[in-house]
Design a protein around this ligand. Structure first.
Ligand code: EPU
Length: 416
């Protein structure tokens, strides 16, 4: 098990640059299965989940080269549509191979995908959408086998506004020379930008509210694309500066995708200014408490609720966080309580936090990606030393975490 050792109290200052969006990059890789020929994608974060998604691509017969955040992909030789085996069970985004493989080979075998343990994370929305479109499904041992001959319907509605289900279905349909409608879609910025790339490849996807109309294309081609910055990483580092009382600059900052969470921080009296893609943050010792409830975009993102617990820890008064997307995403509160956080979980999904007391260093366990980064930030604002176990979970989604935080003055090192 890898660990981070963090000594709290160091003042942060300097500049930090946001990497590409994990939750877009993870979907562009499977899209290469449908694209004819090689292409290049820039701004891909070098994180563990991307490496796993690339290994799956290679296992299917795809070719890639990845260095300096530039990814060359070529899906011409993909010759397998079976995702069985260990890799796909390591991350949630492996499910997105289902749509592209089904579109290209008309059959696919997939296991139940893995990913962070933040709740049940069912795949019924994905499966129902493929069934509604005309696919047949068999469950064999731990695998789902989907096959497809003809469309039963060309207009469907998703059960949930699921990010990966929306992407799965849009990519599936983008490979057919025909017209479709998909309702009740997710409209997260990463979905929007993936749609931009699919359209650049030759499809015509239009969004009207949560309804997408799609004109697919069986000759999809791309040359060079660049993905958007990671809004969740951006938010994590902004909170790092705020809770440690730091002053600094965050570049490549995607403020246009972060309206709601930035409004909440402003209301708490966090002190920052945005100009174009740069955010400058200034020390402010007095923060106001807040109440937030997570929800699909444009509501408050579930991936940003755990860092908000630290704003609550610093604010004068009682704050409330309500998680509505996943059943098990407040586990980090138990870890923060070991550091002295005054918090009460009211009903598995809601936590009340009374701020104003300084956190103390402790040995804590990172439970999932977003709670992991929250614990690192908590250790940075606490007095004394902390050990954060299961460091490798944080490597799944944060590029060069030790290097980036050290550059802005944090005292953090990794121990095996
Ligand atoms: N849902 C269903 N059935 C499904 C799929 C989803 O009921 O078949 C429900 C979920 O239980 C949840 C809601 O729909 O209540 C939304 O889940 P969604 O499918 O949108 O989540 P996801 O696609 O599995 C992506 C991100 C998550 C992020 C969520 C919400 C990727 C790889 N993951 O997950 O990111 O929290 O959307 O925005 O894109 C992370 O980066 O740490 C992370 C967990």
């Amino acid at each position: 098990m890898e660990r981070f050792e963090v000594t709290g109290g160091a003042p942060l200052s300097g500049e930090i640059k946001i990497s590409g969006a994990k939750n877009e990059a993870l979907k562009v890789i499977p899209f290469a299965v449908l694209v004819k020929g090689a292409f290049v994608i820039k701004n891909i974060p070098d994180i563990a989940d991307i490496r796993t998604q690339l290994e799956i691509f290679k296992d299917l017969g795809g070719k890639y080269e990845f260095s300096g955040n530039i990814l060359h992909l070529d899906g011409a030789n993909v010759n397998k549509s079976n995702l069985g085996g260990g890799l796909a069970t390591k991350l949630r985004a492996s499910i997105v191979y289902a749509g592209v493989l089904l579109s290209r080979f008309k059959s696919v075998t997939i296991p139940f995908p893995g990913g962070c343990a933040i709740g049940r994370r069912p795949i019924d929305t994905h499966m129902q959408a493929f069934l509604d479109l005309g696919a047949k499904q068999i469950k064999e041992n731990d695998n789902y086998i989907l096959s497809f001959k003809n469309f039963k319907s060309k207009s469907i509605s998703l059960l949930e506004q699921s990010v990966t289900a929306t992407e799965n279905v849009l990519m599936f349909l983008s490979g057919f020379d025909d017209e479709f409608v998909v309702k009740n879609c997710a409209i997260e910025p990463e979905v929007d930008d993936l749609v931009r790339i699919i359209n650049n490849a030759g499809a015509k996807i239009k969004k009207n509210g949560r309804t997408f109309t799609i004109r697919g294309n069986c000759e999809l081609r791309l040359s060079e694309e660049e993905i958007i910055p990671d809004r969740i990483e951006a938010f994590s580092y902004l909170v790092a500066f705020i809770v440690t009382g730091g002053n600094g600059t965050i570049t490549n900052f995607p403020s246009r995708h972060m309206k709601h969470p930035l409004q909440v921080l402003k209301k708490c009296k966090a002190n920052f200014q945005i100009s174009q893609n740069k955010l400058e943050v200034f020390e402010n010792d007095f923060l106001d408490p807040f109440r937030i409830k997570t929800g699909p975009y444009p509501d408050f993102p579930t991936d940003m609720q755990s860092p908000m617990s630290l704003i609550a820890a610093k604010a004068q008064g009682k704050s409330q966080i309500k998680e509505t997307m996943f059943e098990n995403r407040l586990g980090y509160i138990t870890q923060l309580k070991k550091m002295g956080l005054q918090a009460r979980i009211k009903n598995r999904q809601t936590v009340e936090i009374v701020g104003g007391n300084k956190l103390k260093g402790a040995e804590i366990d990172s439970l999932d990606l977003r709670s992991g980064i929250t614990l690192i930030l908590a250790a940075m604002m606490a007095s004394g030393k902390s050990t954060i176990n299961n460091a490798q979970i944080i490597d799944r989604g944060y590029e060069n975490i030790v290097g980036k935080l050290t550059k802005i003055g944090a005292l953090i090192k990794r121990n095996d």
